[in-house]
Design a protein around this ligand. Structure first.
Ligand code: HEC
Length: 121
């Protein structure tokens, strides 16, 4: 019995890196990353950044940006994955920074993928 358990653990440990590598390339994998990013955004960010009142991130950005660009992050065309990463890792004002134990690098890349076709500022 003990022997079987160890066998499965070993299989899991071996399989994990292959899963990550498989996600890295290809257009189907790209969609998967986008989907994953949307779910993570929903989980970690939308409480503050969803459209409409009652979302402190959207409200703070509305006040700061004064209509010069959308307050809803998903509508922004001048954010890039790198820029989003800076804010997520450092936080700003009442936005907390997120640790790698909360959002790891792969997950952060997935969140940033939503803005990956933007030219930047
Ligand atoms: C507790 C609420 C809160 C959470 C959760 C939160 N944010 Fe924020 N975020 C804010 C606030 C408030 C600001 C605006 C700060 C300011 O400039 O006054 C902000 C600003 C930002 C900005 C900068 C926009 C700009 O143009 O200055 C980015 C990018 C951002 N957040 C991304 C994220 C992402 C991605 C997540 C999820 C991983 C997230 N935030 C989670 C509250 C939050």
């Amino acid at each position: 019995m003990k022997h079987i358990k160890l066998h499965w653990l070993l299989l899991l440990a071996l399989a994990a890196p292959f899963g990550a590598a498989a996600q890295a390339g290809g257009s189907a994998a790209g969609e998967t990353q986008l989907e994953q990013g949307k779910q993570l955004y929903q989980y970690w960010c939308s409480a503050c950044h969803a459209p409409g009142p009652g979302h402190p991130g959207t409200q703070a950005l509305e006040a700061r940006l004064q209509g010069s660009m959308p307050a809803v992050l998903e509508e922004r065309t001048n954010l890039t994955p790198a820029l989003v990463e800076v804010f997520v890792r450092n936080g700003i004002s009442i936005m907390p920074f997120f640790r790698r134990t909360e959002i790891n690098d792969e997950e952060l890349a997935a969140i940033g993928a939503d803005w990956s076709h933007n030219p930047g500022e």
